[in-house]
Design a protein around this ligand. Structure first.
Ligand SMILES: *[C@@H]1O[C@H](CO)[C@@H](O)[C@H](O)[C@H]1NC(C)=O
Ligand SMILES: *[C@@H]1O[C@H](CO)[C@@H](O)[C@H](O)[C@H]1NC(C)=O
Length: 255
């Protein structure tokens, strides 16, 4: 997104900016580079660009969307496949996604090992484990998990989905994690994260936004995750939020 944004800004600088009379600057200096509007209104667009205007797109400002889910829960699969993943494709530079496969599973300790019971049985525990290992092993876990969750057979497609998105990650390596202590520890981390939810989750898919869950956020996330993320993002909204045209129209407003 940075490329196109910069291109648009450069074009603006070269064409429109010169002829405009600046309206008075209503932002304090600390906010001058906080948005396109403020930078232009205060006549510092060029300076903001040079001092990393696009900082607003950096990780710390991203809207964090957490999904607490189960690998075989139909509602979870629907949300992940038809909402969360497409939204992330569109808005990946202003949102981050944390996936926690565990949900309503139960943890016990038997002989120093964690043992799990999953809502949709053993296969779901296996699916959760595979996805946890992928999340720990590759930056491409989300596309791979999307591929799995959108398949008819979530678990049996793990291998082909991994091969599709990351051919250099061998399935043996993933399964070594799944069957070993590593996977067991990773699932325990998921159990801890899920148990630490406040308020505690009542169902899955359970969504958190910047670590927070409310009925209102959950409902908005389910209805339109794109609108929710766009509305919560404090930096310059990307074109995918649909706000860029409005910005550009108002540039020379006072002339
Ligand atoms: C802008 O960011 C780049 C990469 O993060 C960095 O190398 C550069 O020094 C920054 N420039 C300013 C003016 O902060
Ligand atoms: C993978 O899991 C180990 C603990 O089992 C942890 O130390 C490491 O930071 C994790 N890596 C990633 C990328 O999540």
């Amino acid at each position: 997104m940075k490329g196109p944004l910069l291109l648009v800004l450069t074009v603006l600088l070269n064409t429109q900016f010169g002829g405009c009379v600046l309206s008075s600057c209503t932002y304090p200096p600390s906010k001058w580079c906080s948005s396109l509007d403020s930078a232009i209104q205060c006549g510092v667009l060029k300076q903001c660009l040079e001092s990393n205007f696009t900082r607003s797109h950096e990780a710390s400002d991203k809207v964090e969307v957490g999904l607490y889910y189960e690998s075989l829960c139909p509602g979870c699969r629907n949300f992940l496949v038809f909402s969360l993943f497409p939204t992330w494709l569109m808005l990946g530079d202003i949102m981050s996604v944390t996936l926690v496969p565990y949900g309503n599973a139960q943890e016990k300790t038997v002989a120093g090992k964690y043992v799990y019971e999953c809502q949709h049985g053993e296969p779901e525990c296996l699916g959760n484990l595979i996805e946890s290992c992928l999340l720990n092993m590759t930056d491409l876990a989300f596309p791979i998990i999307f591929c799995m969750e959108s398949s008819t057979d979530v678990i049996n497609n793990g291998q082909s989905c991994t091969k599709l998105y990351q051919p250099d990650l061998s399935w043996d390596t993933v399964m070594k994690c799944v069957k070993g202590d590593q996977g067991n520890q990773l699932m325990h981390q998921n159990a801890l994260m899920t148990q630490a939810l406040n308020p505690p989750h009542e169902y899955v898919p359970w969504v958190t936004i910047n670590g927070e869950h409310t009925d209102d956020l959950q409902e908005k996330a389910m209805n339109s995750l794109v609108s929710l993320v766009c509305s919560l993002y404090k930096g310059t909204k990307p074109a995918a939020c649909g706000g860029s045209k409005r910005h550009f129209k108002s540039y020379c407003h006072n002339e």
